[in-house]
Ligand binder design. Structure first.
Ligand SMILES: Cc1cc2nc3c(=O)[nH]c(=O)nc-3n(C[C@H](O)[C@H](O)[C@H](O)COP(=O)(O)OP(=O)(O)OC[C@H]3O[C@@H](n4cnc5c(N)ncnc54)[C@H](O)[C@@H]3O)c2cc1C
Length: 157
């Protein structure tokens, strides 16, 4: 689990407090998305495909890229670490920690643009890899990375 670490002169980053009402209130006011801070919500996000179980400080499910950016900025101001989460299929505890979990898989799952000539794509962070490859198929392109849980794993993880 995360220990207290120095991130900049005079500033430290420690484990997120569990269900911090001040942080939750600020996120609800300023972030376009769901702010999940109850014990039940935190319990749902305390587990993934690994053997580890760690309750997060809270969870944000942003509706927009701006919402995700705002959540990260607020976490930074509060000295709380952030932890992006995809399908949660990684097996070494990568998606569980005492952090603010940001779950982009519910709303931020679109292909924004494909540049066929440059063979690049701009995508949102929660886009599932198999959906990216479906969108690339008409161009004769694919993203060459094929882990077994491809139907669940976003492209970035
Ligand atoms: C049955 C099984 C078989 C597997 N087989 C293979 C295999 O054959 N080959 C292989 O390579 N792998 C394999 N894996 C591992 C697989 O690669 C991971 O499960 C997958 O990459 C995790 O993707 P996820 O979206 O579930 O991410 P998560 O598990 O949610 O997160 C994984 C990491 O990515 C980070 N992350 C998540 N989303 C983002 C984002 N949008 N931006 C930045 N960081 C992000 C998280 O913080 C975390 O550190 C297998 C897993 C399982 C369960």
């Amino acid at each position: 689990m995360l220990d207290r670490v120095h991130v900049a002169p005079g500033r430290t980053l420690g484990p997120a407090p569990l269900g911090d009402p001040r942080l939750a209130q600020r996120l609800r006011r300023e972030v376009d998305g769901d702010v999940l801070f109850t014990r039940a919500d935190r319990g749902r996000y305390a587990t993934d495909a690994s053997i580890y179980q760690v309750e997060p400080g809270g969870v944000v499910v942003p509706c927009t890229i701006e919402g995700a950016a705002a959540a990260m900025a607020i976490a930074r101001e509060h000295g709380v670490p952030v932890l992006p989460r995809g399908g949660g299929t990684s097996q070494c505890g990568q998606t569980v920690n005492r952090a603010l979990v940001i779950d982009c898989t519910k709303h931020l799952r679109h292909v924004v643009e494909v540049d066929e000539a440059a063979r690049t794509a701009i995508v949102e962070p929660g886009l599932v890899l198999s959906h990216l490859n479906l969108a690339l198929k008409p161009y004769g392109l694919f993203y060459p990375w094929t882990p077994a849980p491809t139907p669940a794993a976003p492209w970035a993880a």
